[in-house]
Write a protein that binds this ligand. Structure first.
Ligand SMILES: NC(=O)c1ccc[n+]([C@@H]2O[C@H](COP(=O)([O-])OP(=O)(O)OC[C@H]3O[C@@H](n4cnc5c(N)ncnc54)[C@H](OP(=O)(O)O)[C@@H]3O)[C@@H](O)[C@H]2O)c1
Length: 251
């Protein structure tokens, strides 16, 4: 029995991509995992079935992370079934427009900032009381390298994720005395995600050529970094960022 066995992890947006890889890995390490999703109920149930077939424990819960009431009811559902939430991985990717600033409206930029921060705010508020009470918690937010290094057309996502990363550092400062760590995982481009499908082959090859480790990330590579931050092994890292990008950007 490892120290992580039986811990409960809520992963937002776990019906596909990085979130799905993360719940599979956390479950394989003995955690009970909540597979949150918005629309893809069938995919979420498939993720749960795969985990159960491998001997793990998982439940799928639908909730829009932009809706405070939906998040609260999800957390209540988890608490009723499993007692509490020890680990929050906030990974859900809300929509955003890809276009230059020149063509962007305030509703597009401001809407993404509002969605990103509203969701992070609400999911964090919902899990904090139980973590505070037990004096132990692990919070991990999914950022992106685009929050540091601009790429054409990505101003809405990059600016919103930069805000999320600073939010995480403020929380790390405030929550450390309660035994709660807060960290950010910042992937570069990741294969086998919806985002990857919007890149053409030439663009992808340019990204591979710019990556010292010679390939793009897989969702499982990102999950490994999340799983470290989520575990008892991470006793003394908080307010940090893990770049999972094969060396494409170094900071
Ligand atoms: N893919 C990349 O190259 C890449 C690079 C850097 C960072 N990241 C970050 O990694 C995270 C995951 O990205 P991904 O590419 O793995 O995403 P993805 O494959 O597009 O999956 C997105 C997930 O978010 C869920 N979701 C979307 N809106 C939601 C909402 N309002 N409430 C609850 N769930 C919602 C989706 O659920 P439904 O399917 O049910 O709607 C789905 O499970 C994101 O935060 C992203 O910014 C990704």
């Amino acid at each position: 029995m490892t120290a992580t066995t039986g811990r409960v992890a809520l992963v937002t947006g776990a019906s596909s991509g990085i979130g799905a890889a993360t719940v599979r890995l956390l479950a394989a390490r003995g955690m009970r995992v909540v597979v949150n999703y918005l629309r893809s109920g069938t995919a979420a149930e498939e993720v749960v079935a795969g985990i159960e077939a491998a001997g793990g424990q998982a439940m799928a819960v639908q909730a829009d992370v932009r809706e405070t009431a939906a998040i609260e009811s999800m957390v209540e559902q988890v608490q009723a079934a499993w007692g509490g939430i020890d680990v929050l991985v906030h990974n859900a990717l809300t929509p955003y427009v890809i276009k230059p600033f020149q063509d962007m409206t305030w509703e597009e930029l401001g809407g993404k900032l509002d969605d990103e921060m509203r969701a992070a705010f609400a999911v964090t508020k919902a899990v904090l009381p139980a973590m505070t009470e037990q004096g132990w918690g692990r919070i991990i937010y999914l950022g992106t390298g685009l929050g540091r290094r601009p790429r054409e057309g990505m101003i809405a996502l990059g600016t919103a994720k930069a805000a999320l990363a600073q939010f995480a550092r403020y929380l790390a400062q405030e929550l450390g005395p309660r035994g709660i760590t807060v960290n950010v995982v910042e992937p570069g481009p990741v294969e086998d995600t919806r985002m990857a499908h919007v890149l053409d082959e030439e663009h992808k090859q340019r990204q591979v050529a710019a990556t010292p480790l010679g390939r793009l990330a897989h969702p499982g590579d990102v999950a490994q970094a999340v799983a470290f931050y989520a575990s008892e092994d991470n006793a003394f890292m908080t307010g940090t960022t893990a770049a999972v990008n094969g060396g494409m950007a170094m900071y």
